[in-house]
Design a protein around this ligand. Structure first.
Ligand SMILES: *Cc1c(COP(=O)(O)O)cnc(C)c1O
Length: 234
């Protein structure tokens, strides 16, 4: 039984119906399969089912997977979505295609400096802290535009949009409220930035609300690959 293939179909149809419910075209919502902690075999099942977009949170684990798949599947697109320590930027710049979690200018500067000349510009999103004091990750709303201007000036990065990870919340209405400010900022910042077209919001537990709020890329792990086991992480 290939349950990953079935899960991908299930999530895809959930995206379709969530989009339909709010009058959006489902083709405007990309599915990023979050494969952190999952083995090569699980990703291979998803690739076999035709999936090409993968998200990873841990640098070393992600690089090992990218190196493995590059030989046979160079067409896959790899997104780094985890917190970034400045001593890990080189590996990210050398291996990933996208980064969702830029939250300060030092990290942006290092990623641009360390991006190899022969690679396409790294496609990046600014991670915004939408949960205020309860969250430590992401840049504050007041600083987003300054950081965007800094990224726009860097030669090896292309700013594609915004990302957030709200506090987990079961209530659909509260999920909508958590996404609303970022959607508004996204719409505002799009003006004059032709490549700024990606709003990365929504995980397994809040995907429908994210789509209703204008997400263009949902990051789904558990609903595709099953629950994660962190006990054997290196
Ligand atoms: C783990 C993770 C996800 C996927 O979460 P699920 O709840 O398993 O779908 C999405 N985004 C980020 C940033 C993550 O770290």
């Amino acid at each position: 039984m290939c349950s990953i293939k079935q899960n991908l179909e299930q999530v895809t149809s959930q995206i379709d119906s969530a989009a339909q419910k709010c009058g959006r075209d489902a083709s405007g919502v990309q599915l990023l399969a979050v494969s952190k902690t999952k083995p090569i075999e699980a990703i291979a099942d998803a690739v076999e089912a035709g999936h090409t977009l993968f998200g990873e949170n841990y640098v070393q684990e992600g690089v090992e997977k990218i190196t493995h798949f590059n030989v046979i599947h160079p067409n896959l697109e790899w997104h780094f979505i985890g917190p970034i320590q400045s001593n890990k930027t080189r590996s990210i710049a050398e291996h990933f295609d996208w980064v969702h979690s830029i939250d300060r200018s030092k990290i942006a500067q290092r990623l641009s400096d360390q991006r190899p000349d022969e690679s396409a510009p790294l496609q990046v999103l600014i991670q915004v802290n939408t949960s205020g004091e309860i969250s430590k990750s992401g840049t504050g709303f007041e600083e987003v535009k300054t950081l965007a201007d800094e990224i726009d000036a860097l030669p090896n990065l292309t700013l594609r949009g915004l990302m957030c990870i709200p506090q987990p919340e079961d209530d659909h209405q509260k999920q909508l409220e958590a996404f609303a400010p970022l959607s508004a900022l996204f719409e505002e910042m799009k003006v004059g930035r032709p490549q700024f077209n990606t709003l990365s919001m929504g995980m397994s537990g809040d995907m429908d609300a994210a789509i209703a709020s204008g997400s263009t890329m949902v990051r789904i792990g558990t609903a595709i690959f099953g629950a994660r086991d962190y006990s054997n992480r290196k």
